[in-house]
Design a protein around this ligand. Structure first.
Ligand SMILES: [Zn+2]
Length: 271
């Protein structure tokens, strides 16, 4: 091992320590699934950055003024956010906001850290009832509550660590510099909106989301038919969509697995 590489490695770990210290590293677990995760960035900081990005997105995109869609999303979103609880990871400081974007060709939705949830008008081709929408909103809220954004940024930081250390050495970094690094390494693009979540995150969001929507009083059994209709409606869409979402058979298998617990939550919600 050359001295140069050794120095790079040392810098890498020192930089990681600095980042960790500044961002309140947390080793924690995802609610519902209990999967252990490492976060090198605090949910508060990520939420602040995401809020800015979401505000920008609202300026640049067309926010739907369809009163039916907007009311439906507000109603379902508030009801699910209400049962998530404030003790759950990454929802303590959630500032929930639910927005419908005008785009009839997009049968999709997304979430950003800090509680920003958006759906496109195209989704309402497939969504027929509040319970259908709850499947999607539950899934998006689950991404937020599970801290998937922070986990993605952590992965990026770890991956970029070597180059980052080379550029910045062990110098103390102020907040603006750290933000610059994040942007330089594309971490902000993974805040949750535009890049697809990994397959693991999708599966986990399906599972947690179904529990949340059931807990909010929406019948989880509609999910089976809903995802089939989603798959059918998305046929011929860009490969990005297909690659980020589990195949129908896989999804149905996972649904069957989580359904008993979801049904229990649903019945409890009616007591
Ligand atoms: Zn997702």
């Amino acid at each position: 091992m050359s001295y140069f590489i050794l120095m790079r490695l040392l810098n890498f770990f020192v930089t990681l320590l600095i980042i960790s210290g500044f961002h309140l590293t947390s080793c924690t677990t995802v609610p519902v699934t209990g999967r252990p995760v490492l976060h090198l960035i605090s949910s508060e900081q990520l939420a602040t950055m995401a809020a800015t990005q979401f505000a920008e997105l609202k300026k640049q995109s067309r926010v739907s003024n369809n009163p039916k869609y907007t009311a439906m999303l507000e109603r379902v979103g508030a009801r699910i956010a209400n049962v998530v609880g404030t003790s759950a990871l990454h929802s303590t400081n959630a500032n929930w906001e639910f927005v419908v974007f005008e785009d009839p060709d997009q049968i999709n939705a997304f979430a950003m850290p800090g509680g920003k949830v958006a759906v496109y008008t195209g989704l309402f081709d497939v969504v027929q009832t509040d319970a259908d929408l709850a499947i999607v909103v539950g899934h998006e809220i689950a991404h937020v509550v599970a801290g998937h954004g922070a986990e993605r940024v952590t992965q990026q930081l770890l991956a970029a660590g070597g180059a980052l250390a080379l550029n910045y050495g062990t110098d103390d970094m102020n907040s603006a510099e750290r933000q610059l690094i994040m942007i330089a390494y594309g971490a902000t693009t993974t805040l949750g909106a535009l890049l697809p979540y990994s397959r693991l995150h999708e599966t986990e969001a399906d599972e947690i989301g179904l529990i949340f929507s059931a807990r909010a009083g929406y019948d989880p059994r509609v999910a089976v038919d809903f995802w089939k209709r989603m798959d059918a409606a998305n046929e011929g869409k860009p490969p990005e969509f297909l690659s980020t979402h589990p195949a129908d058979a896989t999804r149905q298998h996972q649904l069957a697995h989580v359904m008993p617990l979801a049904l229990q939550e649903y019945y409890n919600s009616k007591l």
